[in-house]
Design a protein around this ligand. Structure first.
Ligand SMILES: [Zn+2]
Length: 135
């Protein structure tokens, strides 16, 4: 998967809905770059889960699955993809992006694998992103 600094302009797989908006990257992590870790609020985590697993929120769907390369996941097999358990069954992560709009109109673009990063790797996204999902 491509790596982008948090809050850098998002240029990966632009989506039609993004036209004319400021779109910033969040959660494009890679083992070769540092990322912020720390606690995240419970309501943020549940909002993020909804966002990452509901069909209507997913954009820029790709055919393949990106895998997590952060340790210890880097040693896992390419298949099966990382999944998350929901009421509707196992949902695969890593083949789509989500968009989250902040109140100032800025749009955040994240891989839906971000849920895995937060839950399994303690990734702490930028405060503006956390706030945008919690409001
Ligand atoms: Zn991982």
């Amino acid at each position: 998967m491509a790596y982008f600094d948090d809050l850098s302009p998002h240029t990966y797989l632009p989506h039609a809905r993004d036209w004319g908006r400021t779109v910033l990257s969040v959660g494009w992590l890679d083992a070769s770059h540092e990322h912020r870790t720390g606690p995240t609020p419970e309501d943020f985590r549940s909002a993020l889960l909804r966002q990452c697993t509901k069909e209507k929120y997913r954009v820029a769907q790709t055919r393949g699955f990106h895998r997590c390369n952060l340790p210890p996941c880097d040693k896992s097999e390419f298949w099966p993809p990382i999944t998350v358990a929901t009421a509707k069954g196992e949902i695969p992560l890593g083949s789509a992006e989500i968009r989250v709009e902040a109140k100032d109109g800025v749009v955040f673009a994240a891989p839906n694998l971000i849920y895995h990063y937060v839950i399994e790797h303690g990734y702490q996204p930028p405060d503006d992103f956390v706030e945008a999902l919690c409001r």
